[in-house]
Design a protein around this ligand. Structure first.
Ligand code: PRP
Length: 197
């Protein structure tokens, strides 16, 4: 279902963080990163898939020379709850030895994905390794990971939009929100699609 605001949107969608607020916070984060890494050239590594939109917006507010690369991992194969197993999908190719690296995540939940990614990247001996996440569910943490830049600390909602999906849908919503009865809504949509075919 598409909406005039852009992006597909379900009827039961409730906005948690509106697009304007996301953009305002990203501007602040970009300014802070620019200040903290003054005089250095950093490497930003975005965690796919969810982190790609945040990375694209964030780098436009960082006034420093920088490199971009991607890493891919998956922790919620088909459902809305973490299974506790992280699947490593794709590694970053850039040479990071001796470089200042910033991992860019859309959300840190249990911290298991980040723990796995940091562990892998540390073996490549970067000069520094820090984490920047748009959303942080700090109350859900299982793994002890440090997050140096955090956009919004949120409660334990299953959130979608702005890169975050449910069963690969809704990444294109400009806002971040919650869908009540997400599984029911999706089932209804799938039924509709079957009827259309
Ligand atoms: C999400 C998100 C983080 C991870 C956080 O990715 O993008 O990478 O989960 O969860 P954790 O802290 O409990 O490990 P997901 O596995 O849903 O894959 P996706 O980005 O491809 O949607």
């Amino acid at each position: 279902m598409s909406s005039p605001e852009g992006g597909e949107r379900d009827g039961a969608f409730r906005v948690l963080i509106p697009a304007e607020e996301i953009q305002k916070r990203i501007r602040e984060m970009g300014r802070q990163i620019t200040e903290d890494y003054q005089g250095r050239r950093i490497v930003l590594i975005s965690v796919l898939k969810g982190g790609f939109i945040f990375l694209a917006d964030l780098i436009r507010h960082i006034a420093l020379p920088l490199d971009v690369d991607f890493i891919a991992a998956s922790s919620y194969p088909t459902s809305s709850t973490s299974t506790g197993t992280v699947r490593f999908v794709m590694d970053a190719e850039i040479e990071i030895q001796g470089r200042d690296v910033l991992i860019v995540e859309d959300i840190v939940d249990s911290g298991l994905t980040l723990e796995m990614i940091c562990g892998r990247l540390m073996t490549r001996r970067p000069a520094s390794l820090k984490v920047c996440t748009l959303l942080n569910k700090s109350s859900r943490r299982v793994a002890q990971v440090s997050v140096e830049y955090s956009g919004f600390d949120i409660e334990d909602y299953f959130v979608i939009g702005y890169g975050l999906d449910y069963a690969e849908r809704f990444r294109n919503l400009p806002d971040i929100g919650i869908v009540d009865d997400l599984e029911e809504s999706l089932k209804r949509d799938l039924e509709k699609e079957r009827v259309c075919v």
